[in-house]
Design a binder for this molecule. Sequence first.
Ligand code: ADP
Ligand code: MG
Length: 688
Amino acid sequence: MKLLDLHNLSQKRLAALQSAGIHHPEDLLMFFPRRYIDKSNFKPIGFLSETGEPVSVAGKVQSVNVTGYKNKRRLDVIIRDESGSMKAVYFKGWKYFINRFKKGSWVALYGTVKQYGRYMSMAHPEVDEISGPDDVEKFQSLIPIYPSNKHFSKAYITNQLVTDWVQQILSSTTVPEFLPNQILERHKFPIRDKALHYIHQPENINQSDRALERFKYEEFFLFELSMAKIKNIRISRAEGKILKPGELTKNFFNNQLPFKLTEGQKNSLKDIRVDLQSGKQMNRLIQGDVGAGKTVVAIGSMLMAVDNGMQAALMAPTEILAEQHYHTIKEYLEPLGINHRLITGSQSAPLRRDILSDIAGGTCQIAVGTHAIFQDKVEFNRLGLVVIDEQHRFGVKQRNELLLKGNNPHLLVMSATPIPRSLAMTIYSDLDISIIEGLPGGRKPIKTAVRTDKERPGVYNFLEESIKKGDQAYIVYPLIEESEAMDLKDATMGFEKLKRRFPDFRIGLLHGRLKPEEKDGIMKRFSEGEIDILVSTTVIEVGVDVPNASIMIIEHAERFGLSQLHQLRGRIGRGRKQSYCILMPGQKLSKDGRYRLKMMIDTTDGFKIAEADLKLRGPGDFLGTKQSGLPEFKYGDILEDRITLEQAKNDAWQIVRTDNELSKPEHKSLKKVFEPYFKTKAEFFGIG
Ligand code: ADP
Ligand code: MG
């Protein structure tokens, strides 16, 4: 069967369907109603009352009248059944509705009734023509309401037409099942063909709900099956080199590190150690709130590679962060005689050549950089471990591409996006996960407050006093697009004003348009205490670590997302001093904006903030599904349908464990559906 075999399907309508991604009859079956209406609740007209609930009535048209003047005209229709009569009233579109009512014919109306004068009335009821009182049977099921768009309207694709097409397809095809019987039984899912009937012509809401549950499960299941396969492929490809902590690692932790590790850091390092000695390739995600101390964990892991004569690479999403990691590594590891190099996109050609030859020759033991580190020209001599910091900034594809460098190096990815654990385990299920709970001790919780523009003098006095005492401050301006001159103007103007207000202080300006050397120079001066106030756009958002900075003022705070505010605030509160975060909203505060500021005052817990942000923005936006490479699920919602997702994951992994190739007879149909699905995904995940 083809789409063009459907009744009344013109080329124009075909084009409209295609614009909604419908190319085959099966696609139309997978085009689900967005809601249902229940018109089956019929009442005799004489027994109507004002309940506020919509009801259906059926009656014969008695009279059709247009009343009122000029633009106040309305259509009054009186219908009657054996028990009484009532009125239908249309104020808008009466010219259209007048044609639907012919005196003496039968109609079914659906709407809410109200008493007006003598009559029970329905304002703007939905109307269906029927042949007589017996015809109400056709309302005995729920009526699907399909999504529509302007292409549909232009091609006159009505809800009724879609309904008819779907019926036509359903009655002429039987859709095959592909989920294994065991799964259908375990979850009591209706089989695929039946489920589609339930979706498109349910007898009750319970039926359509059950069917929908199945389709959500189905898409999660295929996704999780891919994740499981990908993980298996990695494991089978990669005998991981066995890396044991040696002299350097021990020396670092015992002698170089100026503080004791937190329990969370110790636990993560233990997980990593086990992975690195397992003989299998490590694929681990370390999650920890901002300031939890992930860098040290990364350094410790890289040392285990170096201890075994291998190279390690650390990749960061911005140059500022890469530079900072480079300096940290220098400070800790130079005394141990470890050769480390920095690669960024902006280095001169001769310098770059020198670095590349160091890496290729193997003299360089630890390479730190932006994504420049994994460009084609960079060849490692014996890369044993790759660490990706702030991994949510990179795509899954990039993540996997790195693994093709060298000989299946171990992979450690780090993220401060504290998504709920169960969710992380399902969407990153190709990774193992360790969570660094808690923050290093001895820190005072950051105090957060909202101040208006009127209160600015007070805020500046406070700033002045603190800086006189030796504190340092960030003042952050929003930058929505790096190229938007407007926002830059905000920061630049703020910078000029501050210079006038605080002529004795050393004030720096940092933004994305500066040359990398300039950015680096400013950051360095700030971290060495040579700048008191750093006026900045959000380029400092990720990872920047200057423990002496204890004040942050965020201008136009309402313009930032919650997680972004949390990331920003994470730049302070890193030392022993009491830190202050002052949120200064602009004039207009939306309801969401107000809520975000309130959340920031109420908690510093990254998980709570993430959860709230997730709710505000929805998972797609929050996780940046496009950039993080997660598929956008059509029916399921990874948050609301967490439980289904979890079940799908468990089932998928169980199948892959026992029948990786899907070669058992009970998986034959699954294999047929899964293979083409996986092919597209595998390319996508960079595992070809
Ligand atoms: P993040 O997890 O956000 O990347 P960092 O690794 O930048 O955090 O660490 C934040 C700050 O805490 C750094 O200044 C670091 O030196 C310090 N730090 C890390 N671990 C500890 C610890 N166990 N005790 C005290 N300070 C620590
Ligand atoms: Mg970090």
